[in-house]
Design a protein around this ligand. Structure first.
Ligand code: SF4
Length: 549
């Protein structure tokens, strides 16, 4: 009996539950559904209505709901045989093999039995069986709706309710073959979790290697973004600049003051396109994140990051990764050079001793102190990586910001603003709260969690790209910059150049040294955010382990 007056459970959700408890939780509780055509691929895809209509004479669709059973669902196919109704389920895949015999999959059995019980409630007639048609091997399996099957449905509904009221994600399934066909594997990361629990595990990449949709940066200040059918249109005055089919867009980044219509905003929200507003002075102004269902993720995050011990442990991992990556970059970039002559010897020593101190730091403030010292040493050495033939105005002689007072710092700050947006994008996609971090102190102008995750990528995603482009003489000291009263900003041309370099870097692929598979840097950011979440939701131990070689 549905005594708790809770909303009913969808029969399809019971199917997910029988497949994997965690899948049920991700879909039904956290409302994560990957809205592509293959959502249920490999599990139980229904045939298209038209196809089924052609094949079955007694096709009809019923929406049924029962308060007593606590269930709701849509019975797709119903036939009458000898005066009794028989629910049919149609599956694209194959039936289960048991030696020479064929059988239905447990999730399909549960589903057809739940439909049978709903029909019974609705019609008052006793339903004795359901049938499942597996179209890949052209077999129909008869499933008796006996006492055991009924108990299975009732128990499943009770279990589903229990999970729905929990804030804890169930563990990953022990049957790793199920994960190969699971649409939510890129969110769940079961292989990475197996690796965290067993260092000998060789994970298969179930996480997409590349971004599926573009990030569009709009830099033109008179640009207008509007909706036209299923496309986003960008125009300046009377001239149309570009049109993008909405399915190809993952994010819109508006730099300065381009205008966007309400219709376009609605379309972006409906299609889960994230929008970021960045001021001309490179501050992240706001972001639009559509959808709900992130409550459980945020509750777990609040719980975990309110623990000083967890924050210290994560802070240590983060600063180790940051300083080690910076150190490796300096060593790599000066290989074969006399480091004393290049005057980076002292910096390297400081960074090495900071690493030792970081690994032993007992408080977050101490950790920040060591990280700050290593950071200053790194920036001190960075100027040695710039070639002599670089124009003087593009050389680097120390970090300054808010506002930048030279061209190199303007480039550094702008690249970090782009990185901030890319990390924010990943955090929004994963559904974490950007205002709650573990290392940076809360500031009004920047989200601490974004600043935290950025530390992993500053060197690889911008510093290395910037130094390379400076040494290749890609920047024009006049055309790419605007200088006013000692403040230096990038001009429109400079911004476009920086965006192109940054986006190209995001597309580059790299083999993650811990999980052992290759993926684009854009995906790498998302992977690290998901691994961070695993530090408090599942197996800890894989976050912030990436290093350049
Ligand atoms: S990936 Fe595997 S563990 Fe994760 S929800 Fe899917 S089946 Fe379950």
């Amino acid at each position: 009996m549905n005594t708790l007056n809770e909303p009913p459970i969808r029969v399809m959700a019971l199917h997910a539950l029988a497949y994997c408890e965690r899948l049920f939780y991700l879909e039904e509780v956290e409302e994560i559904r990957l809205a592509d055509a293959s959502v249920y691929a490999g599990r139980s895809l229904h045939l298209e209505l038209k196809q089924a209509e052609d094949e079955f004479a007694e096709w009809t669709t019923f929406e049924l709901s029962s308060e007593a059973l606590g269930l709701t669902g849509k019975v797709d196919s119903l036939r009458r045989r000898d005066g009794s109704f028989i629910p049919y389920e149609h599956k694209r895949g194959k039936s289960r093999r048991e030696g020479k015999k064929t059988a239905a999959w447990p999730a399909d059995t549960l589903q057809v039995c739940a439909y049978g019980m709903l029909i019974e409630e609705e019609t008052g007639q006793c339903i004795k069986e359901g049938r499942i048609r597996y179209h890949a091997d052209n077999i129909t399996i008869r499933v008796p709706l006996d006492e055991t099957a009924r108990k299975g449905v009732i128990d499943a509904v009770a279990h589903a309710r229990q999970l729905r009221n929990s804030t804890n994600r169930p563990p990953i399934t022990v049957n790793d073959r199920l994960c190969m066909h699971c649409s939510l594997a890129p969110v769940c990361l079961p292989e990475e979790e197996r690796l965290a629990g067993n260092p000998g595990w060789e994970p298969i990449r179930l996480f997409p290697a590349d971004r599926e949709a573009k990030t569009i940066h709009v830099v033109e200040q008179r640009a207008r973004i509007s909706k036209s059918g299923d496309t986003l249109q960008i125009s300046v005055g009377d001239s149309e600049l570009k049109t993008f089919p909405v399915r190809e867009v993952g994010a819109l980044v508006l730099h300065g003051y381009p205008q966007i219509t309400t219709q376009a905003l609605h379309m972006c929200a409906r299609n889960e396109i994230l929008i970021h507003w960045i001021s001309w002075g490179e501050y992240y102004v706001a972001g639009l994140t559509p959808g709900s269902g992130v409550v459980q993720r945020r509750l777990r995050q609040y719980q975990a990051l309110s623990e000083p011990g967890i924050c210290l442990r994560l802070g240590r991992k983060l600063t180790m990764a940051k300083v080690e990556t910076a150190l490796r970059y300096l060593l790599r970039a000066t290989r074969g050079r006399d480091r004393q002559v290049a005057s980076i010897d002292e910096s390297i020593k400081t960074m090495r001793s900071s690493l030792k101190l970081i690994s032993r730091a007992e408080g977050i403030d101490t950790l920040r102190g060591h990280e700050g010292l290593a950071g200053r040493a790194y920036f001190h050495a960075l100027s040695s990586l710039i070639k002599d033939e670089t124009p003087e105005t593009l050389k680097f002689s120390g970090r300054n910001r808010h506002p930048p007072r030279d061209r190199f710092n303007a480039l550094l700050s702008y690249g970090y603003a782009l990185l901030y947006q890319a990390v924010m994008q990943a955090i929004m996609s994963v559904g974490l709260e950007p205002a709650l971090g573990f290392f940076h102190t809360p500031r009004s102008s920047a989200y601490p969690l974004v600043m935290d995750v950025m530390e992993l990528f500053r060197v690889t995603l911008w510093d290395m790209v910037l130094i390379g482009s400076i040494n290749r003489l890609q920047w024009h000291p006049d055309d790419d910059f605007d200088v006013t009263r000692g403040r230096v900003w990038l001009s429109s041309a400079g911004r476009k150049k920086a965006i192109t370099l940054f986006e190209k870097r995001l597309e580059e692929t790299w083999k993650h040294p811990v999980v052992g598979y290759s993926l684009s840097y854009a995906r790498m950011i998302e992977l690290e955010v998901r691994l961070l979440e695993k530090e408090w939701t599942g197996q800890a131990g894989l976050f912030a382990k990436m290093r350049i070689r």
